[in-house]
Write a protein that binds this ligand. Structure first.
Ligand code: B12
Length: 218
């Protein structure tokens, strides 16, 4: 059993995937590999089948549930490497968007490297992100959008922040299947990342930039 076999099982919506992952972990296969090249790759394949109309909404839903169960299991085996807090992040899926697997992985990876993460959930109105970021004295607001139709709702958060003269207070980053660096640049976000590991690097770099700016202000 290896990661690409897991990807095929996820794509086939096979209920034995969870057991197969258990066995793979027992055999010593890296859980991070099973997550990235197994479960996430499998979901991409499901997305391709949905796009080509081979799969429909019911299959998407089944894939989502199956992936959640797989991730819960893999989660328990990922290394814990928490140090002192490296920054405070508020993250969630923007209004209209119900995809929570992708941002959930970002939240998890950030926690693992020591960020304090506040996950808001899905379908989150712009003002809820801002209220929570103020309440938690956050450094970074992470906005997840998986649909072309919900990307403008990332922009809405930025517009509210500008209107409220709070834009300088927070770093705003975006991500999700249909987002891109171009979309992030166009709305004036501070960054974009294609996956959870790049999101960690992005947040670490933004924190460095913030602490340098802090020193410059003193
Ligand atoms: C599973 C799934 C669903 C499940 C979601 C279950 C759940 N609990 O999340 C359900 C069934 C609910 C669903 C519903 C719909 N979906 Co859907 N879905 C998917 C699918 C197959 C996988 C998504 C996923 O979770 N992938 C796994 C994660 C790990 O993906 P990832 O992108 O690699 O995640 C990384 C990055 O995106 C990044 N990231 C994510 N968030 C953030 C945030 C920040 C701040 C940063 C920095 C990075 C970051 O890091 C993540 C981790 O590495 C995708 C296909 C795809 N290619 O993405 C379609 C897809 C996203 N869905 C799509 C569609 C059309 C829909 C529906 C409109 C279908 C319908 N007719 O009703 C609805 C919309 C519901 C809504 N209002 O949100 C389309 C969107 C197309 C478009 N042009 O907008 C896709 C692309 C499928 C397709 N090819 O057509 N879906």
């Amino acid at each position: 059993m290896n990661a690409s076999k897991i990807a095929q099982l996820v794509c086939a919506l096979d209920e034995s995937t969870v057991t197969a992952i258990e066995q793979a972990i027992e055999q010593g296969i890296d859980p991070a590999d099973l997550l990235k090249n197994g479960v996430i790759r499998g979901l991409e394949m499901v997305g391709e089948k949905f796009a080509s109309k081979e799969y429909f909404l019911s299959e998407l839903m089944m894939a989502g549930e199956l992936a959640e169960n797989c991730i819960k299991l893999i989660d328990k085996h990922l290394p814990e490497d928490r140090g002192p807090s490296r920054g405070v992040v508020v993250v969630g899926a923007v209004q209209g968007d119900l995809h929570d697997i992708g941002y959930g992985l970002v939240a998890k990876q950030l926690e693992l490297v020591g960020f304090e993460v506040h996950s808001l959930g899905v379908n989150i109105p712009a003002m809820t992100f801002i209220d929570k970021a103020q309440e938690m004295n956050a450094d970074i607001i992470g906005l997840s959008a998986f649909l072309v139709s919900t990307i403008p709702n990332c922009n809405e958060v930025l517009e509210y922040l500008r209107d409220m003269k709070l834009r300088e207070q927070f770093e705003v980053i975006i991500g999700g299947a249909e987002t891109s660096q171009e979309a992030a640049d166009a709305m004036g976000a501070d960054g974009w990342a294609p996956n959870a590991s790049e999101a960690v690097i992005l947040c670490q770099n933004l924190m460095k930039r913030r602490s340098q700016a802090d020193v410059a202000h003193r």
